[in-house]
Design a protein around this ligand. Structure first.
Ligand code: SF4
Length: 450
């Protein structure tokens, strides 16, 4: 089955049980130990972990499972409902194949369980700390120590809308340092049993490759014959680090059959450097090459935002070159790995979301979609597959259906301008660069400022 047929099949299987069921609510956990927070997937709001409660089967999650089995849509999953209402496949569908690959009957067996039954996650994404050398525009102090230092030393970002500024200015009250974190202790006690149930462990950050625990875990898994074959290790990275660090982690990952590095980048070249403040684009490209040289799979993680649009086609073009290289059709014929593209769309903060786009930007994206379709073929690994294409099409459909209008649009566009002005002044690597970098968007900036 090609990816589209898989999605169709999964949707039909869910619909036969409940139109709002999602196995991620049972088997997917994303946990951030530095803030003591967790959620069932990164689209749902985070909840504080409690030291006297289970790390995974929380009361609210059990209630959401019950709602799903009753055919109700839990509010926390609005990301998926919005995508589905615009006629697209949501992540409820597109993130299920990884669970079905390891357990073909996962949907039906989960449906027979009492929603209250305690289960262990099978896919765990987690971060140990917020240590990060970058200050990406849509991030904040909870996920980046550079953001934390910036706000602490230089003060808050003065935007107008609470929903736009709160992630920069009001971060979790509980921000534990690495040594004195009670949740790290609780996790370490829980993990040996939990590990037996996992098919995938994904380390996120902060920047995981700045954290010694990431290398320790990779070493341990790669050296244990049982774990190495059973447990997939995936690592998120901004790849704006020394080649030595990337090469060191690849040496472990190369020994783990199901391993992958998710490289975060949202568009191409200097545009990407402005969005992901602190990114050294040349270093990023060098590190991609290093990963391919070690035959480790790469997932390009594009958090699609309004500034992704102008150079998105250029990024697709570059990914096609990477795909060729990865399967041995480039300079080095010995390569044997996969480069895949994933495109979740940014919903918060709203002032950077593509929902503030105008008709011109939307039609640019439509044109890019046509280019992508021309380069999509499930039988050819040097081109995009239908799953990758469907996800970009979903972004387009979501924008088209949900673009802000009226006063709401004006307010978020005003904050877009304010953010550019503040961020351009406040950050060393971006200093005054927005207008030079995004020349094609001057008209848009002026329009947002009216
Ligand atoms: S937001 Fe979507 S993918 Fe995440 S748990 Fe809810 S329904 Fe599942």
């Amino acid at each position: 089955m090609n990816p589209i047929e898989v999605y169709k099949d999964i949707k039909e299987e869910y619909d036969g049980i409940s139109p709002s069921m999602c196995v991620l609510k049972w088997y997917h956990l994303e946990m951030h130990l530095s803030t003591g927070q967790a959620h069932s997937c990164y689209h749902c709001p985070q909840e504080p972990l409690q030291l006297d409660q289970d790390l995974h089967n929380t009361d609210s999650k059990i209630k959401q499972r019950e709602q799903m089995m009753d055919g109700e849509r839990p509010d926390v999953c609005s990301y998926c409902w919005d995508a589905e209402d615009s006629g697209a496949y949501s992540d409820r569908i597109t993130l299920t194949p990884v669970h079905r690959m390891h357990d073909p009957n996962v949907i039906t067996t989960t449906a027979t369980k009492d929603p209250k039954e305690h289960v262990y996650p099978r896919y765990l994404e987690m971060s140990f700390s917020n240590t990060c050398q970058m200050q990406c525009t849509y991030c904040g102090p909870e996920k980046s120590s550079t953001w934390e230092q910036s706000i602490t030393k230089k003060g808050e970002y003065e935007l107008s809308e609470y929903e736009n500024y709160h992630q920069y200015n009001h971060w979790a009250k509980r921000l534990y340092d690495d040594e004195n974190n009670p949740f790290v202790k609780k996790f370490m006690k829980w993990f040996p049993e939990a590990k037996k149930h996992l098919h995938t462990l994904r380390i996120t950050g902060g920047e995981p490759l700045l954290h010694p625990q990431t290398f320790q875990l990779a070493k341990e898994i790669s050296e244990s014959e049982e774990d190495r074959l059973k447990l997939g290790l995936h690592i998120n990275s901004n790849l704006s680090l020394s080649t030595r660090r990337v090469s060191d982690i690849c040496k472990y990952l190369h020994k783990i059959p199901n391993s992958k590095i998710y490289a975060s980048i949202d568009t191409w070249g200097t545009h990407a450097e402005w969005i992901r403040t602190g990114l050294h684009f040349g270093q990023f490209q060098q590190n991609i090459k290093t990963i391919i040289d070690h035959d480790v799979d790469i997932g390009i993680m594009c958090t699609f935002n309004v500034l992704s649009i102008p150079k998105f086609k250029e990024m697709l073009f570059a990914i096609l070159a990477m795909k060729k290289d990865a399967v041995g059709c480039g300079e080095n014929e010995m390569h044997d790995c996969v480069v895949a593209l994933d495109t979740p769309y940014l919903t918060t903060p709203a002032h950077l979301s593509a929902l503030i786009a105008d008709d011109k930007l939307l039609s640019e994206l439509e044109d890019t979609l046509v280019y992508m379709l021309r380069n999509t073929d499930d039988m050819n690994p040097t081109l995009f597959n239908s799953g990758e294409y469907t996800k970009v099409k979903r972004v387009y459909q979501w924008i088209k259906r949900n673009r802000f209008t009226g006063e709401e649009l004006k307010r978020h566009r005003k904050d877009f301008v304010k953010f550019i002005d503040i961020h351009d002044k406040r950050t060393k690597s971006n200093s005054g660069k927005w207008h030079k970098t995004f020349k094609d968007l001057h008209y848009f900036y002026e329009m947002c400022n009216e």
